[in-house]
Design a protein around this ligand. Structure first.
Ligand SMILES: *[C@@H]1O[C@H](CO)[C@@H](O)[C@H](O)[C@H]1NC(C)=O
Ligand SMILES: *[C@@H]1O[C@H](CO)[C@@H](O)[C@H](O)[C@H]1NC(C)=O
Length: 356
């Protein structure tokens, strides 16, 4: 049976899976049309009765199909990343960037590149020696999820506050590591209240947020005390609804060319927040990303939490938690090869300390 028929059949029958890997030969637009019909009803797309929108989305969909073919052709091993239809496959690149990512993240991050304030913990004398000592006892793999210090995957929806999601995820993990209790903290508090150049759902960056939390000793409320709304609103940081959890220092560093130190931080400190370029994640289904993910600083457009790594197989990789819901990638996670700043993952990495 042809790949396309298989894919189509799978798409129709596999109600349990929302993402199906496909491989489609070129010049088959009738089949593209049929595939799109199935796709639209499968994802219950809101534009299914709007002809103009339908046609526009079909163009984005066809572009995805060709890109999926190209990227799957590069798979070199069983572990390599594979691509197929996702809920984002009908978006043009421009729409994906605008609706899901923050193209301004790199210019925001640029401000911290030479900011010594954020480097204080990595630049203290004696630190270098400690770091070398620590590097000696690095295990082949470490997954913080197995230690119950990682909260369930969230869905940021159309709110461009990846920076807030990621920072809060790291705060949750650090509280759990220190106290043995895994609790969810408020992302909405960060969206509504964080100053320092952050703009709620319209953008911000991890290091500015951590710096604001640290400098002003802002209490970090529980998720239940300040629940997520998905839009930017007025700050409701009511001092009576307080919390004892606060940020007590953080680092914001580049590990480009020294990813073994990033691994050491992951082992000795805990999960970290990282800025990334997620442009090619539009049709990601699973596996380890090794190619087609530009690592340039200027390409940073998203933020994620790195919750572990695995050096035991032929392709060492980071375990990366996204905030696009549990249906994205592998139950909301993805895997990025270690060692050559793939997707820009080592450009801007934040580690946070908490007190309570
Ligand atoms: C499909 O979407 C419409 C709104 O666009 C909604 O009313 C309906 O419940 C959805 N159906 C399913 C099966 O999700
Ligand atoms: C720390 O653990 C104790 C005991 O389980 C719990 O009562 C307390 O709320 C926890 N503190 C934080 C900040 O999670």
């Amino acid at each position: 049976m042809e790949w396309k028929t298989v894919a189509l059949a799978l798409l129709v029958i596999s109600l349990g899976f929302l993402a199906i890997p496909i491989r489609v030969p070129p010049d088959t637009s009738t089949e593209d049309v049929n595939l799109f019909k199935t796709y639209v009803s499968y994802y219950n797309k809101s534009y299914r009765h709007n002809p103009d929108e339908y046609e526009r989305k079909f163009k984005g969909f066809q572009r995805s199909l060709r890109q999926i073919e190209r990227m799957n052709r590069l798979r070199s091993t069983q572990q390599s990343a594979y691509y197929g239809l996702t809920e984002f496959s009908d978006l043009s690149e421009e729409e994906f960037l605008r609706l899901t990512l923050r193209p301004d993240l790199s210019s925001r991050g640029e401000r911290h590149k030479n900011d010594r304030h954020h480097h204080r913990q990595h630049r203290t004398p004696g630190e270098h020696l400690n770091r070398i000592k620590r590097l000696i006892k690095i295990p082949t793999k470490n997954d913080w999820r197995t230690k119950h210090v990682v909260t369930p995957v969230r869905a940021q929806g159309s709110c461009g506050a990846c920076w807030a999601y990621t920072a809060v995820e790291c705060i949750e993990s650090m509280v759990a590591i220190k106290n043995g209790t895994l609790r969810s903290f408020s992302v909405q508090e960060m969206i509504d209240c964080a100053r320092n150049g952050n703009l709620g759902c319209n953008g911000g960056d991890i290091c500015s947020l951590l710096s604001w939390l640290d400098d002003y000793g802002v209490p970090i409320l529980a998720e239940s005390a300040y629940p997520v709304t998905g839009t930017s609103g007025t700050c409701l940081l009511d001092r009576s609804k307080t919390s004892t959890v606060r940020v007590a220092g953080f680092t914001c560093d580049s590990y480009v060319g020294s990813e073994e130190e990033l691994i050491a931080t992951l082992v000795n400190h805990g999960p970290v927040a990282a800025a990334v370029n997620a442009l090619t994640w539009q049709n990601y289904l699973g596996g380890i990303i090794q190619f087609h993910c530009d690592g340039a600083f200027s390409m940073l457009n998203h933020a994620v939490q790195i919750v572990g790594y695995d050096n035991s197989g032929p392709i060492p990789f980071y375990i990366v938690r996204n905030s696009w819901g549990p249906l994205f990638g592998d139950k909301g996670y993805l895997y990025i090869a270690i060692g050559s700043n793939i997707c820009g993952i080592a450009n801007q990495v934040a580690a946070v300390d908490v007190i309570f």
